[in-house]
Design a protein around this ligand. Structure first.
Ligand SMILES: Cc1ncc(C[n+]2csc(CCOP(=O)(O)OP(=O)(O)O)c2C)c(N)n1
Ligand SMILES: [Mg+2]
Length: 332
């Protein structure tokens, strides 16, 4: 059976598990991701970022909702669309922006770029651009954490498209039979490049696939950071108790194209469809939950803009990574 997240609220808290202060922090973090990605997109379109860029604008409630339920030494593994997950897990904007711009001060000394960023100090074990490749890695990390016995968990982010890869099914099965502390978090943004989920996927709720592996599956509103957070808290508790994996599917939407080579609307979707989803922008929904006034919103925005300005200044004034440095830190 698919579990659906319940809406919980009381007068002085946003939900049973979340006060306004914590939600305010989540809002700030979603805003940081939005601002970072808007700037990244602008820099890419201006030819300042090499390679490919996939922004997650519209999906911020997923990254922030999940990472807010984790400890720093819990792990995440992410995808080609991973900026939000990195920032939500605690990666600093300065080194991240430097990485985008190919600078020597970048988080991975410019070897990762947008699609292959990692920040082990924050428990971020990499963005992986091969669709579905991060799931067997998460199973391996889950096994390591089980053997270690310190209660750490690994969360693997993936898309609706990736849920059709064999690696998803193999990894779910292995995690289930060995009761590994792994959370499979599927961001169902309804498209794999231009291919609608209904054309690629045999079920309408991807979470039902957990049944095939005797694990719990839950579908949540991926535009609502509280629902994502609460589902993740439950999955984390279960994993720490040694009861094995959970599959969480968050129904969400990317407001921009697949990558910046892809026009925002069509030919595979309409402007009307995008506009409809934009009405449920996770930032707007959270502003409502917090009853933010115009002045309060401005305080958040000014603080984030200041941080972004500093990050950009740091990145732009850093030296370019040299060709010779590409051979540093390699094992063979
Ligand atoms: C194994 C593999 N096949 C194909 C690709 C090309 N590709 C990159 S992203 C993508 C779509 C992934 O869709 P989804 O998993 O829904 O993630 P989203 O882009 O929506 O975040 C594809 C087919 C790839 N990177 N790896
Ligand atoms: Mg998708």
């Amino acid at each position: 059976m698919v579990l659906r997240a319940k809406k919980k609220s009381s007068s002085n808290s946003v939900s049973r598990s979340l006060g306004k202060r914590e939600l305010g922090k989540m809002y700030r973090n979603m805003l940081r991701i939005r601002q970072f990605e808007e700037k990244t997109d602008e820099l890419f379109m201006g030819g300042r970022i090499k390679g490919a860029v996939h922004v997650s604008i519209g999906q911020e409630a997923c990254s922030v909702g999940v990472c807010s339920a984790l400890n720093q030494n819990d792990a995440i593994l992410t995808t080609h669309r991973g900026h939000g997950h990195s920032i939500a897990k605690g990666t600093r904007l300065k080194e991240m922006m430097a990485e985008m711009l190919g600078k020597s001060t970048g988080l991975c000394k410019a070897r990762g770029g947008s699609m292959h960023i990692a920040d082990i100090s924050k428990g971020h074990y990499g963005a992986h651009s091969i669709v579905g490749a991060n799931m067997p890695m998460a199973a391996g990390m889950g096994l390591a954490y089980q053997l270690e016995g310190k209660g750490r968990v690994a969360v693997v982010f993936f898309g609706d498209g990736a849920s059709n890869q064999g690696s998803f099914h193999e990894s779910m099965n292995l995690c289930a039979i060995w009761k590994l502390p792994v959370i499979f978090f599927c961001e169902n943004n309804h498209y794999a490049v231009s291919f609608h989920v209904e054309r690629s996927t045999s079920v309408s709720d991807i979470s039902v696939r957990a049944q095939g592996y005797n694990a719990p599956g839950i579908t949540v509103d991926g535009m609502d950071v509280v629902s994502v957070y609460e589902a993740t808290v439950q999955a984390v508790e279960r994993a720490r108790r040694g009861e094995g994996p959970t599959l969480i599917e968050a129904k969400t939407y990317r407001f921009f194209g697949h990558s910046r080579g892809d026009p925002q609307f069509g030919p595979y979707r309409t402007k009307e469809e995008v506009d409809e989803w934009r009405k449920r922008d996770p930032l707007l929904l959270t502003e409502k939950l917090l009853s933010l006034t115009k002045a309060q919103k401005k305080i958040h925005l000014d603080a984030v803009k200041k941080e972004m300005k500093e990050a950009l200044k740091f990145a732009e004034s850093s030296p370019e990574a040299t060709l010779e440095s590409a051979l540093e830190d390699v094992f063979a």
